[in-house]
Design a protein. Structure first.
Length: 613
């Protein structure tokens, strides 16, 4: 039922569930897995077994719930696990197989085998003699570090000459340089050798592009533009399929193709739930000024939580993500300063009675936020025995206070200092709200100490938020070309540094993003109080940011739109004709919406649900 402007907001007689059953750590219920960091480029297995970067091949999805198919798939998984255990005993082969599995985004099926191989690799690290093989050393370093093993960057000192530079003979080792560049992306603060390795390999690879054949040039270009550690495997796995017979690589590709179909099918079912929830919520009709983009909001959840077992968490996470966008539009576009002050006060106190004095559109928004927060808190309590409502309310209050600070800056016509802007912008990015919800939805490592820590912007959150805020500020247009008043760090920098150019500001922002990535690496790739699933979600937010804020000259997001078309349309080819869908994707109305596309998507998914019922 759609919300009505005249609805009365009255407090419930009592909180619908009790307070926390205990303050001890709750036993993790969901399967946990280590961070696995994706890539967009080719890997070498051997001279005879290579997974090549090539033309994308689309595999139309056919949803089949036949038990025999499920049994057959499980049998194939077990067969490949046996192959992995056997072949993985050889050091370089084991590394190559892990790399392939992670790039094809099916590593969660092989975590036990991967852990076993990497444990063995770490134990033998000092006895493995491969000092002259840059590709192998860099690959081993990357796989071990991303899995949380302590590996010194000093392993790359062996490739330096007596003058401290990298040896000249490395300049012709294209695959070694690509592997070195990929490894450099996992650097932390103070690792000068990795900074040098990244600059050295980048310059050589960029200058070599004109001398490489098409396949090699594509490999290098994709590595430089989309390095493994800073890309989303779930978005890039489809590019690593080819039809050439290639030993165990072919078997792995067949498994990955089937898994991709199963996961895409699951995502489509989740979208049905999201669209139904959004329609029933009614905000798209009651708040016409606000964005109406449930598919885009779901993309954040899908990117953050990639394990197929986290379906319910993805659906629930999309709800607060949607409210971040709606509230942002209230502060950035629609509300007056006096109204925003009152709204922030209501959120700070979470005062249902005081909300009655708000304008109708704010009253509607607060009612929706209150219901969503209560519903999610109740589900978390039932599942994990912890009532997170106070933490969630505190996160929303922090966000609204940060939004209000920005609104006051704009109203005064004065720019803050760059330091002030970024400190507030980290909060107004919304990352803290998202990660607090993820922490509780996962139900892993919940304790009194961790709840207090997560509520106070630990470095794992602040570094992720810094990356998002600065990437957003680099964009040349605001999302959906809204008439917003955010300001940017670039503006602050140019004001503080008279005579500086936009290019100077851009380089400074990129340096700051690089430094934030180093801090995020430090937090996620070394022991921390949070689960590896939570750490991976933090990394995935940072990886998703370029897709969400890489605007072109037409204020569009081509990379994001391409992936959405691939996921939502190409994989339901029985129902849609892709060529006919193209006009729907770009038919914006005066409110920057896609009414034809939205109507078609809702019709498609709702009719499918009705047919199944």
């Amino acid at each position: 039922m759609a919300l009505s402007c005249s609805v009365s907001l009255t407090a419930a007689s009592g909180w619908p569930f009790p307070q926390n059953r205990n303050t001890e750590r709750v036993k993790p219920i969901l399967k946990e897995f280590k961070p696995t960091l994706p890539s967009t480029q080719k890997w070498s297995v051997s001279q005879k077994q290579t997974l090549a970067f090539g033309r994308t091949k689309q595999y139309p999805i056919t949803i089949n719930n036949d038990d025999s198919d499920t049994a057959g798939y499980a049998e194939k998984l077990q067969t490949f696990k046996h192959i992995l255990r056997k072949e993985g005993e050889e050091p370089i082969q084991g590394l190559a197989m892990i790399d392939a599995i992670q790039r094809l985004c099916i590593d969660y099926h092989f975590q036990e085998e991967i852990d076993s191989i990497l444990t063995r690799q770490s134990m033998l690290l000092s006895t493995i003699h491969s000092d002259n093989n840059l590709y192998e050393v860099a690959l081993r370093f990357r796989l071990l570090r991303q899995q949380g093993y302590h590996v010194s960057a000093g392993v790359f000192d062996n490739f330096k000459d007596n003058e401290g530079g990298f040896k000249q003979k490395l300049s012709g080792d294209t695959m070694g340089l690509v592997s070195l560049y990929e490894a450099s992306q996992l650097s932390i603060r103070g690792e000068d050798v990795l900074d040098e390795a990244g600059d050295y390999s980048y310059q050589l690879l960029r200058s070599s592009l004109t001398n490489l054949d098409n396949n090699q040039a594509g490999l290098v270009r994709n590595s430089l533009d989309h390095p493994h550690h800073k890309s989303l495997a779930s978005f890039t796995a489809k590019y690593y399929f080819n039809d050439e017979p290639n030993g165990w690589v072919s078997e792995l590709q067949e498994l990955a193709k089937t898994e991709l179909e199963r996961v895409h099918s699951q995502h489509q079912h989740e979208i049905v739930e999201i669209l139904k929830w959004w329609k029933d919520l009614g905000l798209s009709t009651e708040l016409r000024f606000a964005r109406d983009q449930p598919l885009k909001w779901y993309m954040w959840s899908m990117a953050c939580l990639t394990d197929p077992s986290l379906s319910e968490q993805r659906i629930e996470l999309t709800k607060p993500v949607s409210m971040i966008y709606i509230i942002d539009d209230i502060f950035d576009v629609h509300g007056t300063l006096d109204e925003l002050v009152c709204f922030t006060e209501v959120i700070n106190r979470w005062d249902i009675a005081a909300a009655e004095q708000l304008p109708d559109y704010m009253k509607i928004c607060f009612k929706a936020l209150n219901n969503i927060t209560n519903d999610i808190s109740y589900k978390i309590y039932k599942e994990h025995g912890w009532n997170p409502v106070d933490s969630l309310r505190k996160a929303w209050a922090s966000l609204c206070r940060a939004f209000l600070v920005e609104a006051r800056w704009f109203a005064s016509g004065k720019l803050p200092s760059g330091e002030e802007y970024l400190k507030n912008g980290i909060v107004s990015s919304g990352v803290h709200v998202v990660l607090v919800h993820i922490f509780f939805l996962l139900g892993q490592y919940i304790s009194k100490e961790n709840v207090e820590l997560i509520s106070n912007f630990p470095p794992i959150i602040s570094s992720t938020a810094t990356i998002l805020r600065l990437w957003d500020d680099l964009g040349s247009a605001k999302d959906e070309n809204q008439d917003g008043h955010d300001g940017s760090y670039v503006e602050c920098y140019l004001t503080e540094n008279e005579g500086s150019s936009f290019e100077d500001a851009r380089k400074q922002v990129l340096r700051m993003i690089s430094d934030a990535w180093k801090q995020l690496n430090q937090e996620c790739l070394s022991p921390n109080p949070f689960s590896s699933t939570f750490s991976k979600a933090s990394l995935n937010i940072a990886r998703m940011v370029p897709l969400m804020y890489d605007y072109d000259d037409n204020h569009r997001l081509p990379s994001l739109e391409e992936h959405m078309k691939s996921l939502f349309y190409e994989n339901v080819s029985a129902s849609l004709n892709i060529a006919r869908m193209v006009p729907l994707m770009y038919d914006y109305d005066a409110n920057h919406r896609l009414p034809s596309l939205e109507e078609h998507m809702k019709s498609l998914f709702y009719e499918n649900v009705s047919a199944k019922k």
